[in-house]
Design a binder for this molecule. Structure first.
Ligand SMILES: [Fe+2]
Ligand SMILES: [Fe+2]
Length: 298
């Protein structure tokens, strides 16, 4: 029986795509996130590709330098519909070249856009044709609003419902809109799902952009697994947030006992500097392409 109670032995996360290349690094940066998450449990190894950034080429380039064969990817999780998390999907699937499940929210194919300062298409590059093309390449879509268990100790968070959100995260930090039945309405990015992994030191939470709010996503992961949080990894979308919201977020993460923060992408310099100040260099790391994260750390 698969459950969130099981603790995995080891996680290794390869950062295949990030907005920052790192200092003196041979890796390519691009806008977006892509992580290869390697999970080991009882001698079994599974490789989960979490998001596919904007383009596949820099991801495949970085994989070559890291010595990772795309054919070793067992499953794909797409965090939400935005192009900087889904754009590389088909290019990578061509290289995987075998059957893989793709886990996502049923609204991943919706049309969304920003209208300030001008119209910008946010996503997805996925449409009916992309959906079919992914199937032709061997993908099976597992579209679920509910949490899904990928293997013992590893689960998606499912949709973060409005009533599950903490008050200060109800208002999104992005001015995004979506089309629904020909009507334009505010987009809370309800399709964003994260990943939770239970380890001996506690939960590791992996997030793409954290549009529903990283604190609300953490609460959901804690509720599903019953574990405290050890590490949080991904973009926190605080780039447009005011200082109060940033300070609130950092304080709650600290109060909830989070010991390791790995962030970048849409978190923004202001929030990153506050995390660094609060967590120091032992607890905070800025993500960059090519980074390899082993957890839990001694
Ligand atoms: Fe993003
Ligand atoms: Fe996003």
């Amino acid at each position: 029986m698969i459950s969130a109670d099981e603790e995995v032995d080891m996680i290794r996360i390869y950062v295949l795509a990030e907005d920052y290349a790192g200092y003196n690094s041979p890796f390519w940066a691009q806008h977006g996130i892509s992580f290869l998450i390697e999970v080991k449990l009882n001698g079994v190894r599974r490789r989960i590709l979490f998001d596919t950034a904007s383009y596949s080429e820099p991801i495949l380039f970085n994989m070559r330098i890291l010595g990772i064969n795309p054919k070793t990817i067992d499953m794909i999780v797409l965090s939400h519909n935005h192009f900087d998390h889904t754009g590389g999907l088909l290019g990578i699937m061509k290289e995987i070249d075998r059957k893989v499940p793709i886990f996502a929210h049923p609204n991943i194919f919706k049309v969304s856009f920003a209208i300030e300062p001008e119209f910008t298409y946010a996503g997805p590059p996925l449409g009916k044709r992309t959906r079919e093309e992914a199937e032709r390449l061997g993908g099976t879509w597992i579209l679920s609003r509910d949490p899904v268990y990928l293997m013992p100790g590893v689960f998606t968070l499912g949709e973060i419902k409005e009533e599950e959100k903490v008050d200060f995260e109800r208002e999104t930090t992005t001015s995004l809109y979506k089309l629904k039945d020909g009507k334009i309405m505010k987009d809370s990015v309800e399709d964003e799902i994260g990943l939770g992994i239970t380890t001996k030191k506690g939960l590791v939470i992996i997030s793409g952009c954290s549009h529903p709010g990283i604190v609300s996503m953490m609460h959901k992961a804690i509720k599903i697994s019953g574990h405290e949080t050890y590490a949080v990894i991904g973009g926190f979308h605080l780039i447009n947030a005011d200082k109060e919201r940033i300070q609130n977020t950092v304080k709650i993460l600290k109060d909830l006992g989070v010991r390791k923060i790995y962030t970048g992408h849409c978190t923004g310099l202001k929030a990153e500097s506050i995390f660094l100040e609060e967590y120091g260099v032992r607890g905070f790391r800025k993500l960059h392409s090519g980074m390899v994260i082993d957890l839990p750390r001694p």
